[in-house]
Design a binder for this molecule. Structure first.
Ligand SMILES: [Zn+2]
Length: 474
């Protein structure tokens, strides 16, 4: 048994082999703390949560590291620092801004049951590490100083573009106009930025009083904990260029080693009603707002229903489907609780079938974390158990039910979708019962039986009595 991961760097699915035994070091780019966390964040970090839970299940010793960006992340096409800008707008200190949004971030991530990273590090607590790295880059002749700021010279790093598959010449010809006169080339990126007089967060350095660039923060924090090379770097796909490309350039010119990170993993974009989520157009949803309308387990199930590399779409239909599935899960757990149990030993065939389905689930997860396929096996196990309860006419072996329940809970655990609260027979089921009645009146027995069987898989039993159809749940 081994995990296969799609590596953005090689554009291939590769067999996962950690650098050292079964130890896995994972760094995932953290949040910039200047605004509320949104659904895009929920998508990205939920996937890494599932991935890490699965790796632990597969007996890997995982260390999960995340940075907290509290300085140096500039607003697109401007030299304004995101945290700094917010602080000035709200007339607060940058520290206060970061504290407030970090609290919101952690509270909401706790609600959707994301494992907290083993280590979380603020960039502002790593200024010395950052300055040391910049010194090495300059010493190795990959950077230059311009008017107190320090830039990385991308033309000297021949592999620049290897992750995102961009060629420097191509990059250059597209953008001849210099966006910033202090840089030799528009694609050179800032390692250190000289602070303007009214800038709030600034530190002394050999070059100027200033603050670090965004990309070097991650390299400094990751190398402090993981050393020159590590196993997995995660993040959303839109970070692959220039952010991750810059991280590779920095790290590999500092260490002189190739393959700073062995596996680069990227999650796909989030769309809302099929349009790309974007703050600038107002097409974005805060996680806290979404949680007012939807249970955390519904969101986690919706996220896992799409493969992590594909675009994930948010709309009413997708959320409705996830809600229905959570109801199905609730029904099953209630059925197991309420059914009469016997002390019969478990039936081998039953146990084997549960194991067979579980193995298919694990295989799907091993194959580049195919969560949508894995979920179909989880629901196959649920239907199989419901059917078994019904077929044994309400007298099930306690052992069998324990086996089913334990396995189903274990599989739910990867996505944190074990539901809370009582199930409601939803309108959908009532509609199906009415439709079956209609078919019976028309003597369309085949269609009527099809519906009965479908309902059985949901754990609903129909009884035809003189006074009409009655239903019950196990
Ligand atoms: Zn990052």
């Amino acid at each position: 048994m081994s995990i296969k991961i799609f590596n953005t760097l090689t554009r291939k699915k590769e067999i996962f082999k950690p650098l050292k035994n079964n130890k896995v070091n994972i760094f995932v780019c953290g949040v910039t703390e200047y605004d509320y966390v949104h659904l895009g964040h929920a998508r990205t970090y939920s996937f890494y949560d599932t991935m890490i839970r699965f790796m632990k299940y597969m007996d890997y010793k995982v260390t999960y590291l995340q940075n907290i960006t509290d300085v140096g992340h500039l607003v697109n096409n401007s030299n304004e620092d995101k945290v700094e800008k917010k602080a000035k707008e709200e007339k607060k200190t940058p520290k206060k801004i970061v504290k407030y949004y970090l609290k919101n971030h952690l509270e909401n991530f706790d609600k959707i049951k994301l494992l907290r990273p083993d280590i979380m590090e603020k960039a502002t607590n790593n200024i010395n590490e950052i300055i040391e790295q910049i010194k090495i880059i300059l010493k190795n002749n990959y950077g230059y100083i311009s008017n107190g700021s320090v830039y990385f010279d991308v033309s000297k790093f021949k592999k620049y573009g290897k992750l995102s598959n961009k060629v420097i010449e191509e990059l250059k010809s597209g953008t001849r106009i210099k966006e910033n006169l202090e840089k030799d080339d528009p694609h050179d990126f800032a390692l250190w930025i000289k602070a303007k007089k009214n800038h709030l967060q600034k530190w002394k350095s050999p070059w100027s009083i200033g603050y670090p660039g965004w990309h070097i923060e991650d390299t400094a924090i990751a190398m402090k904990h993981f050393g020159k090379q590590y196993d997995i770097h995660g993040g959303a796909i839109e970070l692959s260029f220039p952010h991750h490309e810059a991280e590779i350039a920095q790290a590999e010119t500092i260490t002189g080693k190739n393959n700073y990170v062995k596996y680069w993993v990227h999650t796909g974009i989030l769309t809302i009603e099929n349009e790309k989520m974007s703050k600038s157009t107002g097409n974005f949803i805060k996680l806290s707002d979404c949680l007012k309308e939807n249970k955390p387990e519904v969101l986690r199930l919706w996220i896992a229903s799409t493969h992590y590399r594909k675009p994930l779409n948010y709309n009413k239909k997708e959320i409705y489907d996830a809600k229905k599935k959570i109801e199905k899960l609730k029904n099953l757990f209630e059925n197991i609780k309420s059914v009469k149990k016997t002390n019969k030993k478990e039936n081998k065939k039953f146990k084997n079938e549960i194991n067979k389905i579980k193995n298919k689930f694990i295989k799907s997860m091993e194959n580049d974390f195919n969560t949508p396929l894995a979920l179909t096996y989880l629901f196959e196990m649920i239907s199989f158990t419901n059917k078994h309860i019904i077929e044994s006419k309400g007298n099930c072996s306690k052992n069998e039910l324990n086996i089913a329940e334990e396995n189903i809970k274990k599989l739910c655990d990867f996505f944190q979708i074990i539901p809370k609260g009582k199930s409601k027979i939803n309108n959908e089921i009532k509609k199906m019962i009415n439709l079956r009645e209609k078919f019976r009146k028309e003597k369309n027995w085949k269609k009527a039986d099809e519906i009965r069987n479908k309902l059985n898989l949901e754990g609903i039993i129909l009884e035809d009595t003189k006074n009409g159809v009655k239903w019950k749940k196990y």
